[in-house]
Ligand binder design. Structure first.
Ligand code: NDP
Length: 464
């Protein structure tokens, strides 16, 4: 893949009045200012009747509400970079006025934190105003609802911004802990050696949230669990977990290996997929009567890379579950029978290698040791390492996203090749007819999903 990566001379942020800007983008921009990285103008754009002062006040309020310790000097520098431009997406003249104001800055990065339905019109208006040629476009997820709509969107947007100047955000890819999967695997020869079909019996990936859809019923009901977190975040995480080592640390080599890994993930058949919906979901405001949207889903697939051939991978995600945690559990093969169990002891359990993504990033190795006084009986004991002192907290994801949006480094974004593969993998299980299985709030999801895992039993997460 070729990439055009000039550093931006200004950042144009569509949707500055919105939820993502409040939760992620404004704190990330402040953080980049604190680091001394952000030194270009930031033009927040919206339809709201705001001005520069209103935006700066909003930024201060947002940072205070997030309990981010404010340094007045840093904030003043940030505020001086920040200004507001009002546009009307139906009125090309308002984009001409925007162009008059920002054209002279040089190379622009336009970040679009708006509902995805607006991407084509934004791209078109920017192009009409002469703001597309010397610029990069960064769009948030989702990119389409399936392969067909993603291709249609791609065709509309690339009319104005070719692929090498287009970046699709998946903020999961910008979490240090996800990148660290590569470092941990490839920097530790012993770990890398074990992560291989000769030693691995199965891999289980869980993203559990103990909270429900709260006040986002309307958004969630049109999206569902599979599209919200599996098709993007968890499959990309899987790619990081299974990919071979990139030849070098360059963005091109990293992206090449990631796409090769995604191509090797088998398309999921409907019989390897289970959907669930928590009790009470239908009463949530914004949820359609009789909705069959999934708030839980689980799937089984395989990865046709030499290293992983034949190893079953199960992925589950859900809301209103028993805990909030993300974990990749690697189950190794059991020890050979013989030396163990001679005293009629229980079958020796398997070693588990747990990659804890959140809330406490790190790795746990469930090992076996001799039970006191009984050489052939074993006890399980855990070797646990926390990475939080190294990786910090995960809130930096959007700091990386916006930093890369400015530099143009494509490594943490999703390319169109990847979009194609991600929709291909889940293609046959999108929008399946029939009601999802019910599950209780605070449970681990519907028991129907148990058949997808080896031995019919999900391995318990360490972090609960
Ligand atoms: P919001 O619904 O908060 O909208 C953002 C802003 O867009 C609004 O403040 C509004 O600003 C403008 N807007 C809303 N509707 C329209 C419209 N129909 N046409 C033009 N402008 C509109 O969205 P979010 O901030 O939640 O999300 C933005 C993007 O980020 C989406 O693609 C979303 O999927 C993605 N995302 C959001 C996450 C989140 O936690 N919120 C997480 C991950 C991704 P104004 O009226 O001032 O123009």
């Amino acid at each position: 893949m070729t990439t055009q990566t000039p550093r931006a001379d200004a950042l144009v942020l569509f949707g500055i009045t919105g939820d993502l800007a409040r939760k992620m983008l404004l704190p990330a921009l402040y953080d980049l200012t604190r680091q001394g990285f952000l030194d270009v103008p930031v033009i927040g754009v919206g339809r709201s009747d705001w001005d520069d002062e209103r935006l700066r006040r909003h930024a201060r309020d947002v940072l205070s509400a997030a309990e981010i310790p404010l340094d007045d000097g840093v904030f003043d520098k940030f505020a001086a970079l920040l200004s507001y431009a009002r546009v009307d997406y139906d009125d090309p003249a308002s984009f001409t006025a925007l162009a008059d104001r920002i054209r002279s800055y040089g190379f622009l990065t336009h970040c679009v934190a708006l509902p995805p339905s607006t991407y084509p019109v934004i791209a078109q208006r920017l192009s009409e105003a002469g703001l597309a040629d010397d610029a990069r476009l960064v769009v948030e997820k989702p990119f389409g609802r399936d392969a067909h709509s993603a291709r249609a969107l791609q065709s509309e947007v690339t009319r104005h911004f070719p692929e090498e100047r287009l970046r699709r955000v998946d903020h999961f890819l910008a979490k240090d802990v996800i990148e660290d999967l590569l470092t941990f695997r490839f920097a530790n020869t012993a770990v890398n050696a074990v992560l291989d079909r000769r030693f691995v019996r199965s891999v289980q990936i869980t993203m559990a949230e103990d909270f429900d859809v709260a006040d986002r019923g309307g958004f969630y009901d049109a999206t569902g669990c599979l599209r919200d977190v599996v098709q993007n975040h968890l499959l990309q995480m899987l790619a990081y977990f299974v990919m071979d080592a990139p030849r070098t640390g360059s963005a091109t080599d990293l992206l090449d290996e990631r796409i090769r890994a995604l191509r090797a993930v088998r398309t999921v058949r409907p019989e390897n997929f289970v959907r669930g919906q928590y009790d009470g979901y239908l009463d949530v405001q914004g949820v359609k009567a009789g909705s069959t949207t999934d708030t839980y889903c689980a799937l089984r697939t395989w990865v046709d890379l030499d290293r992983w051939a034949g190893v079953p991978f199960t992925i589950r995600a859900g809301k209103a579950m028993a805990a909030t945690a993300i974990e990749i559990i690697v189950e190794l093969h059991r020890p050979v029978e013989g030396y163990f169990h001679t005293a009629g002891a229980q079958q020796a359990p398997a070693n588990l290698l747990r990659f804890r993504i959140s809330p406490r990033a790190g790795v746990t190795f469930d090992l076996l040791a001799q039970h006191e006084g009984e050489a052939t009986e074993v006890d399980q004991t855990a070797a646990t390492v926390d990475f939080t002192h190294l990786t910090g907290n995960n809130s930096v994801a959007h700091t990386h996203v916006l930093g890369d949006a400015i530099t143009g480094d494509p490594r943490r974004f999703t390319t169109m090749d990847m979009v194609e593969e991600l929709w291909r993998i889940v293609g046959p299980i999108l929008d399946l007819p029939g009601p999802p299985h019910r599950y209780g709030v605070g449970s681990w999801g519907p028991s129907e999903a148990d058949r997808l895992v080896t031995d019919g039993r999900w391995l318990p997460l360490e972090q609960v």
